[in-house]
Design a protein around this ligand. Structure first.
Ligand code: PHE
Ligand code: ZN
Length: 885
């Protein structure tokens, strides 16, 4: 590993960006592939920027240089030097061709960056991962996204061991070599940055489909997987076809090569990768079948397939000038995927899911020591910036701008953006500039959102004046300080709002400033772009109930003095499913406050009463109902505490659910469960999914008030489950309830799915949800299971990630044993895979807000990691920020 912190801890800064002194117009690569050693020959056609006078310097990490020549002449040792991961070559000229030959060791690469082996050496396959800076682990190159080159790649390997040879681009011949070897060549005509390079070689099987784009271009779609998994690729193929059609219909964007390859691997650091013409997926986001995948996983497969495909335009054809612009491709592509998923499924449920994720993952990030702007100003290790802030908050920023422009205006803007920047490496200014220019609007004020970290607090006060029939709404904003950024400026915050009468109807809006055409709509957007602003609505006959931030129109925390009764009214009557859920979440949070403070039960009663009514309303959408019956998670509720005791938060949330279950009543829950359980469809249609979702929720609520019966039912459900969704739901209820039946069910699952790694991940993670006091012992036991390994990221996440992140009560033990265990594993993991170790370390986020005794123990644990010698740059940056951020 070469990214140990002692070798380099320098910061890269946005304001120090300089255009490259040397570019590469064309790359010719030849790989002599082998599992233990691979030789890479590279020929770079160099271009010098005449305005700069810097020697040729190429990135290269851990490369064993075998030979080097310039313009056909072998270079003398004095004509080049390779120090500190940089190869400097003297006497290169504009137009020179530099040829290098290096040796790589794929089987020894446990960091899963560069060229590595997936699976066991007897039958595994070779593949590459280059984003963000993996290409420098393969060959010498100006490894930065603003160097775009065309690629010609030749792969040579033993035919028996590596029957399938793939690289990005169009196929350009293949043939036999001596000694049972063969070769295949690929040419990518579209210039691309090095991070989009990929190759795959091994024993893989495929499914294929012919696709014709709207303009008539024929494309071969091919999904590759290992033999035991190829039967689970059909759903991804359907999702890919839907994604391609959708991008043509919605954005007028077509695919641009003759083939599109997709490959599944079980050994991957992230979700998936958009390599040009050769997407590589974590198997978790590609494989799906009813026996081993849940409904949520099916939706995740569809979303990730779409996301990676959409990158072909937002990321590949238009790429990033530098890694500070990462959200230019990621925020935009997440947004495009969210639109797609909303169109394919229910838009309300999709919005609920995304906002819940933002609150669970991004808000805490923005409130803690790792807070950073969507466009960071500096980094030590770029891999630490593939965060919820860059992805999810980044998508919310695109959504605000899209909302500002309207559907047609946004499309016009995107057309302009693609036209101007196609084949270029662009910036966020280019993005906002194109969108604004196409619409005659100055969007640059939104840049402030990209530069400022922290979640703004939006406060609202309403005043009704009966004499004048006016309703005055005062909006104000404030963003608390974040590390390295103590002064915050006001941001443009679009607030979509409506006013309700007491019967739950929406009132026509007449804002003082309105023109005749805009007056009278029942929903509209006002933009707060100062610290405080006042909006006056006319012709309001009765004191209204305001509904603010509809659709979650800006990524802010709304602090509003709603009355519980007002929230209950919105929860029951809002015509929009998302807004209904949102009112319910706010009300549930207030109900939580009631329980904590013992200050009355106003909100608790209102919440339970409204949900009881909805539960008994036969017209209610079943999936939405399931979401309405789910209070905010423990991480979100903990944000309401000054000092966090995670066990207390857990206990209060359990009480909240118990109160709800009691209010609905054991009998009503029971009847509903029985009605739902009689549907045994394994179909993926919305109705069937909705029933499974509600079935799970009802069973969970039953378990709060009648565990004995609920566990008996869960056992039956487990035994008879027609799908993984039902099976896992039942197993989860048994485990969380520490039911006596859990043991047998877990043993059965272990045996049944022993050969299915993705199902085994679920077997590990479900057990991390044991009640708090029991779980550490179980985590220790599971580490000893033959199927556990620190080398596989999915497995590590399914055990340590699920435990430390999703079971706060079980991680934050009062004796600090949870912190110690994680700290020990982090340093072990770091020696194998720094990216995964660094990401796992973020589970300590929020430690500064813990109650004093846990806080002290957490600090000690984090300090013990920081004190370790030879930490990677990745992990070092995270623990340093944790301690000093
Ligand atoms: N760019 C990938 C994506 O869309 C994420 C990724 C980053 C994958 C770095 C691998 C390495 O979302
Ligand atoms: Zn992406």
């Amino acid at each position: 590993m070469n990214n140990r912190s002692d070798t380099s801890s320098t910061l890269v800064r946005l304001d120090e960006y300089r255009a490259p002194a040397w570019r590469v117009s064309q790359v010719e690569l030849t790989f002599d592939l082998g599992i233990d050693t691979t030789e890479v020959t590279s020929r770079l056609h160099l271009q010098r920027d005449p305005a700069q006078d810097a020697p040729l310097r190429l990135d290269g990490e851990g490369l064993e240089l075998l030979s080097i020549s310039l313009d056909g002449q072998a270079l003398d040792e004095r004509a080049w030097r390779y120090v500190d991961n940089v190869l400097e070559v003297d006497d290169a000229r504009d137009g020179s061709v530099l040829e290098t030959r290096v040796c790589l060791r794929p089987a020894a690469n446990t960091a899963l960056e560069g060229l590595y082996l997936s699976g066991p050496r007897e039958r595994g396959f070779l593949l590459t991962q280059c984003e963000a800076e993996g290409f420098r682990h393969i060959t010498f190159f100006p490894d930065r996204p603003d160097v775009l080159a065309s690629y010609k790649v030749t792969l040579c390997a033993d035919r028996d061991r590596f029957p399938v040879l793939l690289a990005g681009g169009n196929p350009d011949g293949h043939g036999e070599l001596e000694g049972g070897r063969h070769w295949a060549r690929f040419v990518d005509p579209h210039p691309k940055p090095s991070y989009l390079f990929a190759l795959v070689a091994g024993r893989l099987q495929k499914i294929e489909r012919d696709y014709v784009t709207s303009s008539g271009r024929a494309v071969k779609l091919v999904i590759w997987a290992e033999p035991d998994a190829i039967g689970q690729c059909g759903y991804a193929m359907d999702a890919l076809e839907r994604s391609m059609r959708w991008d043509e219909d919605t954005y007028g964007r077509e695919y641009d090569l003759d083939v599109f390859h997709v490959v599944a691997t079980h050994d991957f650091n992230m979700g998936a990768m958009e390599n040009k013409g050769l997407n590589i997926f974590n198997a978790k986001y590609l494989l799906a079948d009813p026996d081993s995948s849940t409904d949520d996983e099916y939706r995740a497969v569809e979303a990730v397939v779409a996301h990676e495909y959409f990158h072909n335009w937002s990321g590949n054809r238009v790429t990033c000038r530098d890694w500070f612009q990462l959200s230019l491709k990621e925020g935009l592509t997440v947004f495009r995927e969210q639109q797609f998923s909303a169109d394919m499924n229910s838009s309300a449920l999709k919005r609920i899911e995304d906002v819940a994720l933002l609150r669970r993952a991004q808000f805490p990030e923005d409130a803690g020591p790792l807070a950073h702007p969507v466009r960071p100003a500096q980094y030590s290790e770029i891999n630490n910036f593939y965060t919820a802030t860059v992805y999810e908050k980044g998508s919310e920023l695109v959504r605000m701008v899209a909302g500002r422009l309207g559907r047609e205006g946004f499309r016009r803007g995107m057309d302009r953006y693609f036209a101007r920047n196609d084949g270029r490496a662009a910036t966020l200014e280019d993005f906002l500039g194109a969108l604004g220019d196409a619409n005659g609007i100055d969007l640059m004020p939104y840049l402030a959102w990209y530069a400022q970290a922290g979640t703004p607090r939006l406060s609202a006060r309403g005043h009704y004046d009966a004499a004048h029939r006016t309703y005055t709404l005062t909006l104000s904003q404030h963003t608390p300080p974040t590390p390295h950024q103590s002064h915050k400026q006001p941001l443009p915050i679009p607030v979509k709002l409506g006013l309700f009468d007491r019967a739950g109807g929406m009132l026509p809006l007449h804002l003082t400033a309105d023109s005749a055409e805009t007056s009278g709509a029942t929903e509209r957007v006002v933009v707060l772009d100062r610290a405080e602003q006042v909006f006056v609505f006319q012709q309001v006959n009765d004191a209204p109930v305001p509904s603010l931030l509809r659709g979650f129109s800006a990524p802010v925390i709304l602090e509003c003095t709603y009355e519980p009764a007002d929230l209950a009214l919105l929860l029951r009557h809002d015509p929009d499913g998302f807004n209904r859920w949102e009112a319910g979440q706010q009300l549930a949070a207030r109900a939580y406050d009631n329980l904590r403070e013992g200050d009355g039960t106003g909100a608790l009663d209102a919440w339970c009463e409204a949900l009881e009514a909805l539960f008994n309303d036969s017209a209610m959408d079943e999936a939405l109902l399931a979401d309405l019956l789910t209070p905010p998670g423990e991480i979100e509720l903990a944000e309401r505490e000054r000092q966090v005791d995670p066990s207390h938060v857990h206990a209060l949330r359990q009480q909240l659910q118990e109160q709800l279950a009691l209010r609905i009543g054991q009998q009503a829950l029971q009847r509903r469960y029985e009605a739902l359980v009689s549907h045994t469809s394994v179909q993926l249609d919305a109705r069937s999914q909705a029933r499974r979702r509600l079935k799970r929720r009802v069973l969970e609520l039953l378990a709060r008030i009648d565990p004995w019966t609920a566990h008996a039912q869960a056992t039956l459900q487990y035994d008879n489950a027609p799908s993984m969704t039902d099976r896992l739901a039942a197993l989860s209820v048994l485990v969380r309830g520490n039911a006596s039946q859990a043991h047998a069910a877990l043993a059965h699952f272990r045996e049944r799915y022993a050969d299915n790694p993705l199902a085994m991940d679920k077997w590990f993670s479900v057990q991390t949800q044991l009640p708090g006091e029991l779980v550490i012992e179980r985590v220790h036991a599971l580490e000893g299971d033959a199927a556990f390994t620190l080398k596989n990221p999915n497995r590590v996440n399914s055990l340590f990630g699920a435990w430390a992140r999703n079971n706060p009560d079980g991680f934050h033990r009062t004796d600090g044993s949870g912190y110690q265990l994680l700290a020990e594993r982090l340093t072990q993991l770091d020696a194998l895979n720094p990216q995964i170790a660094a990401r796992m370390a973020t589970a300590f986020n929020g430690w500064q807000r813990l109650e004093p005794s846990r806080r002290a123990l957490a600090r000690t644990a984090i300090e013990s990691v920081a004190a370790h010698v030879g930490l990677s740059r990745n992990l070092n940056e995270i623990v340093q920020s944790m301690l000093h951020g």
